[in-house]
Write a protein that binds this ligand. Structure first.
Ligand code: LMR
Length: 329
């Protein structure tokens, strides 16, 4: 019986450090990769696992990546601090979560700034976008690349067809001043909240709605506790795949080079796969009985007209040049 209990707890441990693929061998540099998303079809889950798999195969004996999904190691209110403390080595947080470190990432949050994900990828690969990768170097953060997640859509406990339908409602947002201003422009009230708490808050009515990608709405089952999702396409969700300068600078030059090469290749692959993952998860929502509201051009224009004044509000802190570069991508 004791043997069985031991075997079961060993199994539970290996599942909770799940997707770590290989257990790390002694002598290997261990890099913990923590993130908040879940399921199997989510773009961040797929990219994080691909990164771990490649490091664990190609750098076997030298480095080992362990992936902790679903906020099991750190949730999004603690993970950046944990990176600086050396309790985790790799993260991929949403660019909307860096407000207290740099206002410039707010450019990615501006409503309707990117026509679609291709435009966002073009901006990420441009000089202006690449320049932002190391915007937080003085803090000790190193950007390895941008991982796109998808465009965002509003869901709520009633159909939202025009922005005025959201009047007086409460929406969960990430910790982004741009997102807060955008919700206020709709005559609604923003409630910043950690990702892990969103399902419960929707279910219990602490908030009436939220905004997210098809992949998050599907893998976290938000659609089950909402009336419907409206295809607003109003904003981008993207991640900064990142490490700390302490971790990177501590690697031997050839180890660092191989690590950075894999990081770069996985980033490119992730951005090539993302549209298909989003389309798959949109279809998954419909198949699971979720409802999606589409908009006519006229209805969509009302969302644009309501939210676009937010750009001017943040021009001072983001910079007019950066806004222009992103909008022209
Ligand atoms: C959110 O908090 O809604 C997202 O940033 C979660 C994620 O990482 O996709």
């Amino acid at each position: 019986m004791k043997k069985l209990t031991l075997a079961l707890s060993a199994l539970a441990l290996s599942i909770s450090a799940s997707t770590a693929f290989a257990s790390c061998e002694s002598g290997e540099i261990v890099a913990k990769l923590s993130h908040v998303t879940g399921g199997t079809t989510h773009p961040k889950v797929v990219a994080a696992n691909q990164f771990a798999e490649r490091v664990n195969t190609e750098m076997n004996g030298v480095m080992c990546v362990e992936v902790f999904p679903n906020s099991t190691l750190f949730g999004d209110s603690k993970e950046l601090e944990a990176l600086l403390l050396g309790d985790v080595q790799i993260l991929a947080p949403s660019l909307s979560k860096f407000g207290s470190y740099s206002p410039k990432y707010g450019v990615f949050d501006l409503p309707f700034i990117f026509k679609d994900m291709d435009a966002a990828i073009r901006f990420a690969n441009s000089e202006a976008g690449k320049g932002l990768l190391n915007e937080m170097q003085d803090v000790g953060f190193v950007g390895l690349g941008y991982w796109m997640s998808g465009m965002k859509y509003f869901s709520a406990n009633k159909p939202l067809i025009e922005p005025s339908d959201a009047n007086g409602m409460k929406f969960r947002v990430q910790t982004s001043d741009v997102a807060k201003a955008m919700i206020e422009a709709m005559g609604a009230s923003p409630q910043p909240m950690a990702f892990a708490e969103v399902y419960g808050a929707l279910q219990t009515g602490v908030v009436d709605g939220q905004e997210n990608t098809w992949s998050n709405i599907y893998t976290k089952k938000f659609f089950e506790v909402q009336d419907s999702v409206t295809e607003t396409n109003h904003q981008l969700l993207a991640y900064l795949f990142m490490t700390s300068s302490e971790f990177l600078d501590g690697l031997e030059p050839e180890v660092r080079e191989q690590f950075l090469k894999i990081a770069d290749e996985v980033t490119q692959q992730a951005n090539e796969q993302v549209k298909a993952a989003e389309a798959e998860n949109r279809a998954n929502i419909l198949e699971a009985g979720g409802k999606i509201n589409t908009l006519t051009d006229e209805q969509r224009q009302k969302w644009v007209d309501t939210m676009k004044p937010v750009w001017k509000q943040f021009e001072g802190e983001i910079g007019a040049d950066l806004i222009e570069a992103a909008a022209g991508s």
